[in-house]
Design a protein around this ligand. Structure first.
Ligand code: C5P
Length: 287
C-alpha cells in the first residue's frame, strides 16, 4: 500500500454540561456528541525519508512535534511497537481551527484509525480510543464518532440512538475563545441552567428530532464575555428565523450550529451567514 486516506469528521455538542473540577485539573463532563460531514482528510504515505514527517497546507497549525496528529502517531507507535520511519502524514484542513468542532482531535483520531489499517494491527475502536485518551480529551469520541454520550474527561463513551437525518449549519464567528480560560470562568460561576441529558437521550431513542433540538444546551454559553454572548445569540436567533428547529454553541465555542429539516432553509441560512462570516458550512449528521 502506497497511500491511505481517512476522513476526520468535525463534531458538535448537542449538549454540554460541566459537573465539577477534578483533582487532576480537568473537569468531569456529561455531553451528547454528534459527528457532522465537514471533514479534514488525513493521508498516510510511505516516503524515502527518515522519521515521521507532517505536511499541512495551513500555516497557523502547531508545529510538527506539537501537532496532535504527530502526538497521536507517536502514541500509536509506543502502544504497538510499529516503526514510523519514512511515513508522512498529510493534513488537508477544512474544519476551522479553535472552533469547538474538534478539528485537531478528529485529525488525531483519524491518524489512529489510519495507522491501525496501514499496519494491519487489528486494534478495536475502543482500544484505539483508549490510546487516544493521552492525546486529547475529545480524541476517544472522535475515534468512535456518530452519536454518543461522553462522560468523565470525555473518555467514558456510550453510543446513543442516531440523530435523525438533518442539515446542520455551522457558523464560526471571527473571534476565538481560550478553552482553559472558559473552564476557569465556569469554576468561578454558579450555573443557573443545565442541559437535560437524560431527556435528550430519550428523545434520540424515540427518534424525535424536534425533542432533541428543544433540549440542545451548552453551559459555557452562560459564562461568555458579554460582547461575545451577544454575537452568539445573534447567530442563533438568525438560524431560528431561517427555520432551524434549534441552535446552540458547540464545545467551548465559538462555533454556533443550527439544525434544520428543510435543506433549502439551511442553504439560505448558510448563504446569508457566510456573507459576513466566511467560516460557515452546510453539513449533515454522520451516523
Ligand atoms: O485534553 P485537551 O488538551 O483537549 O484539553 C484542553 C484543555 O481543556 C485542558 O487543558 C483543560 O484546561 C480543559 N479541559 C478540562 N476538562 C476536560 C477537558 C478539557 O478542564 N474534561
Amino acid at each position: 500500500m502506497k497511500s491511505l486516506s481517512v476522513s476526520a469528521y468535525a463534531k458538535i455538542n448537542l449538549t454540554l454540561d460541566v459537573l465539577g473540577k477534578r483533582a487532576d485539573g480537568y473537569h468531569d463532563l456529561c455531553m451528547v456528541m454528534q459527528s457532522v460531514s465537514l471533514a479534514d482528510t488525513v493521508t498516510i504515505t510511505q516516503t524515502d525519508g527518515t522519521g515521521l514527517s507532517l505536511r499541512c497546507g495551513a500555516a497557523f497549525l502547531p508545529s510538527a512535534d506539537k501537532n496532535i496528529a504527530t502526538i497521536a502517531a507517536n502514541a500509536f507507535a509506543a502502544h504497538t511497537g510499529v516503526s514510523l520511519d519514512g511515513l508522512q502524514i498529510q493534513l488537508q484542513k477544512r474544519i476551522p481551527v479553535c472552533a469547538g468542532t474538534a478539528g485537531g482531535s478528529s485529525d488525531g483520531a483519524a491518524v489512529l484509525r489510519g495507522l491501525n489499517e496501514w499496519f494491519q494491527t487489528g486494534l478495536s475502536l475502543p482500544a484505539l480510543a483508549k490510546i487516544g485518551e493521552s492525546v486529547g480529551s475529545d480524541v476517544p469520541y472522535c475515534v468512535l464518532g456518530g452519536t454518543a454520550l461522553a462522560q468523565g474527561r470525555g473518555e467514558r463513551l456510550t453510543p446513543l440512538a442516531p440523530l435523525p437525518d438533518c442539515c446542520i449549519v455551522l457558523c464560526k464567528p471571527g473571534f476565538s475563545i481560550s478553552t482553559p480560560e472558559l473552564f476557569r470562568k465556569l469554576d468561578e460561576s454558579r450555573l443557573r441552567y443545565r442541559p437535560d441529558n437524560a431527556g435528550i437521550c430519550r428523545a434520540l431513542e424515540q427518534g424525535s428530532l424536534q425533542d432533541v433540538c428543544r433540549r440542545m444546551f451548552n453551559v459555557f454559553e452562560q459564562v461568555l464575555p458579554a460582547s461575545r454572548k451577544l454575537e452568539i445569540e445573534e447567530i442563533k436567533g438568525f438560524m431560528l428565523e431561517c427555520g432551524a428547529l434549534g441552535a446552540c454553541m458547540t464545545g467551548t465555542g465559538p462555533t454556533v450550529f443550527g439544525v434544520f429539516t428543510n435543506e433549502a432553509d439551511a442553504q439560505r441560512a448558510c448563504d446569508s451567514l457566510r456573507a459576513t462570516r466566511p467560516d460557515t458550512y452546510l453539513t449533515t449528521n454522520i451516523r
